[in-house]
Structure formats: C-alpha cells, structure tokens
Design a protein. Structure first.
Length: 104
C-alpha cells in the first residue's frame, strides 16, 4: 500500500509542477462516439504535449473534471498519454472556450 501512496504522490507532484510552471498552454476539444465532448489543456514537456486538465461533458450534460487536484473517480481519470494534434482527432480551441467549460 505504501508504494501506491508514493506513486500517487509522485503523480500529483508531476502534474502540479507542470501546471504551475507552464508558460505555454494548448487547448483542444474532441467529440466521442457517445455524443460527449472532451476538453483538454496540455503543456509541452520533454518534446510531448502532456494533458494537465481534462473535462468530459457527457451527452447527458454531466461534467467530469480531472487535474492534479482530482486525478480520478468512478467516472474516469486524467489521461497519462501525451496528445499529438497531428495524429489525434483533436480540434484546437481558444483558451476561453476551455475555461468556460472547466469553470462550469
């Protein structure tokens, strides 16, 4: 159990450090097959775009948010996969659109 707690603490520390130190942020939206919308905030780290915040707005209107402050719950979790806007089905969006959903 101690290893899981240590891993959790290291994961939180990693995503928090990225969020707090970010000087460049990228925002994306993705529609899933069930009619939900995913909103993503990503920052560059070691040559990749790492997701530091994500919000899922389900087709039923429920909002699930994930970040270093809330990594996971019974509905999902903050992805640990980098995004590649050239290969992933992502649409770039303005920061204001992401923040409107995130702060909802």
């Amino acid at each position: 159990m101690v290893d899981l707690e240590r891993i959790q603490a290291e994961t939180v520390a990693y995503f928090r450090a990225l969020d707090e130190a970010a000087t460049q942020r990228h925002y994306f939206r993705h529609a899933d097959e069930e009619g939900g919308l995913w909103y993503i905030e990503a920052v560059p780290d070691r040559g990749e775009l790492v997701v530091i915040k994500q919000a899922e707005l389900t087709s039923a209107g429920q909002l699930h948010r994930y970040s270093w402050e809330h990594l996971e719950d019974e509905h999902g979790f903050l992805t640990d996969q980098a995004v590649d806007p050239e290969h992933d089905p992502l649409e770039a969006i303005p920061a204001e659109e992401f923040l409107r959903v995130w702060r909802r």
